[in-house]
Design a protein around this ligand. Structure first.
Ligand code: AMP
Ligand code: ZN
Length: 114
């Protein structure tokens, strides 16, 4: 838990946000500024800063992020047509919230990455 971290505040419940999913390791929300018809964020409860800080011990958490993303997109009937999973890492990627999160984008034909 990092005191002034937006996603840590959501994880702890200090900041009220509508969660699409909530379990012991991760939660999922709708992105406030969606770049696709469906734009979800799947977020670990542990404060991992970004992909550069992922360690082998985070394996169960990272796997859960993928499992939750797949289940949510299946429930939204977007699994068959496909979607994009993306992680921004640091400045050149335009990362704005330094707490690991998976973007899950779907519902339209997406352009090339980058
Ligand atoms: P990134 O740019 O990869 O760090 O992604 C951070 C994402 O968090 C952006 O897509 C923002 O639109 C999103 N975001 C910021 N504040 C909120 C919020 N209060 N609720 C939902 N999504 C948010
Ligand atoms: Zn955090």
């Amino acid at each position: 838990m990092s005191d002034d971290c937006l996603f840590c505040k959501m994880a702890s419940g200090a900041l009220d946000v509508g969660k699409l999913h909530d379990d012991d390791l991760v939660f999922a929300i709708k992105d406030i500024n969606p770049r696709a018809p469906t734009h979800l964020l799947v977020i670990p409860k542990e404060h991992i800063v970004d992909g550069r800080d992922v360690r082998a011990e985070h394996g169960p958490t990272v796997a859960r992020m993928f499992v939750v993303a797949a289940a949510l997109m299946e429930s939204l009937q977007l699994a068959k047509r496909g979607y994009r999973i993306a992680f921004n890492v640091g400045e050149d990627a335009g990362m704005t919230v330094p707490h690991l999160h998976m973007h899950v984008l779907g519902g339209r034909r997406l352009g090339a990455e980058g």
